[in-house]
Design a protein around this ligand. Structure first.
Ligand code: ZN
Length: 135
């Protein structure tokens, strides 16, 4: 089984700075991790919800893909991330099915995981992230 679970939902926000009301805080859930992903020019905060996570993303620069998303669509769900057992195999499988890949080869994402994105035009309008933890 290549798809193991929904790892997280990515949510674009204008700010995750202290005091900002992201809704997990209202439930008393603190982020278990925050980090800056320089390559994507975002700050992220992860909130654990059961076996999955919410990933709030705030742009750190105007040319961040998240800044562009916010300008066009406003705050909201940006992507769905699936944990896969083998990201190379998963990408090869999707490509053989004719799906357009944003990343032909995985790159390093948040939490040092291997990640790759699939084009939303081939996935019912949903931007999909595949993620595989590294040893
Ligand atoms: Zn993500």
């Amino acid at each position: 089984m290549l798809l193991e679970k929904i790892d997280h939902l990515g949510i674009a926000v204008n700010s995750i700075a202290e005091g900002y009301k992201v809704f997990p805080l209202a439930f008393g859930i603190e982020p278990h991790k925050t980090e800056e992903v320089a390559e994507q020019r975002v700050k992220v905060a992860f909130f654990r919800v059961g076996n999955s996570n919410l990933e709030f993303m705030e742009p750190t620069s105007e040319d961040s893909p998240i800044a562009k998303f916010l300008a066009k669509r406003g705050e909201g769900i940006h992507h769905v991330c699936f944990k896969v057992s083998n990201i190379y195999e998963a990408l090869a499988k999707l490509k053989s099915e004719g799906m357009r890949l944003i990343d032909e080869t995985p790159r390093i994402g948040a939490e040092n995981k291997l990640v790759a994105f699939v084009h939303p035009k081939d996935a019912n309008g949903v931007l999909i992230e595949l993620s595989q933890p590294q040893e």
